[in-house]
Design a protein around this ligand. Sequence first.
Ligand code: ADP
Ligand code: MG
Length: 416
Amino acid sequence: MKFLSSLNKKSLRNKICLLRIDLNIAEADLCEIPGNKSGLARNAGVEADWRGYEYIHPRILAVLPTIEFLISKGAKIVILSHRGRPEINFKSKISHFYQNCGKQENLKNFTLKPFVKILSFLSSQPIRFINFDFEEKFNAPIIRKIIDGANENIFLLENLRFVSGEEKNNKKFSEQLASLGDFYVNDAFSASNRKNASVSAIVEFLPSFAGFNLEKEIKNLNQAMKNPKKPLIVILGGAKVSDKIKMIKNFFKKADYFLIGGGIANTFIAAQGLPIGNSLCDKNVNLRGLMCKFSRKIILPIDTIVYKRKILDIGPRTIKKYSKIIQGAKTIIWNGPMGYIEDEKFRKGNEGIIKAIIKSRAFAIIGGGESAPAFLKAKNRKLKVNVFFSTAGGAMLEYLAGNKLPGIMALNKNKK
Ligand code: ADP
Ligand code: MG
């Protein structure tokens, strides 16, 4: 794999970089632009220390160093991303787009247009949005002409999932995309588990590099996988248990304990034959074998917070027990919240875990759509703990499970 950082001494003047980032961010998480611009720009590359400013999604902050580097080298940047699942019916030619997400209220969940303002503010660069509001309007030669003729140095293409070839990893579409630039950079670790044209197939057509954020993700996760300092404690919560099982299996020898919370704990509790009422539970997953084999290492809640017959958080005795184990850790991997944290009433478990991690002296890797933002919003400034925030949820788990991610495999194979 080639890294963008290796181009440190090369001039990239007038070269066009196709930069894949991950702007798959929900409407509710879109940030307001804060007043204190200079402070924010200075802190933008440092994950843990921009509290006090308005909230900006960590996935946006994570790619700023790559954007700044490319601009400082004189390159033009064409930003590629997807957002949401527009689920466009590409077969019905007549107004398929408008049937599915053309209605204004739907479109706003999928369009990348709002990111022009945010990215432009953070990079201090004017950004030109290139709209193709449905498949037929994606015309590579016309887009290339716009890029070549424009004064701006940064372009943002509309949601690539508005074109059917994106999710099909279509070779022709990726070739059209590739014709828009001179080289390709993947800085979207959190999308690298998707076999999509802008992540995988495109690499065949251009010299390709891993961006700064992707490089950092791989190096930090490798550290936890290859020679973690022991004890290694894995904390797993969230909703989707199937995502986490393979990771548990891959880490079974390496980890000392798996602390289980959140919705996935219910599936474990049910597997023991205990009642869980109407709690979230994945009935399609059979955990019995796993629990027989690994029972000594898998730690389950000893008390829970129940509301309307649903387990929605871990209880105080569990928080205490888990915190004690976390205190002794040298390495921590955490993915998925401990409770239904969207409701303030069920955040105590998550906050307890955050406190325990902050007090520990471990190297902590924190990922998942919810866990990292929750940690960052916590108000503790002095960290003894050395934290790496992964920008990924699913991709992080897949990587830690030992799966080969299509985006990373593609970069490894790139010969150009
Ligand atoms: P991540 O994105 O961190 O990998 P998931 O997507 O699997 O994690 O799950 C996150 C979701 O899990 C959150 O929306 C949270 O509300 C939910 N959740 C956690 N604990 C519970 C619970 N006990 N009952 C229902 N939902 C829960
Ligand atoms: Mg999630």
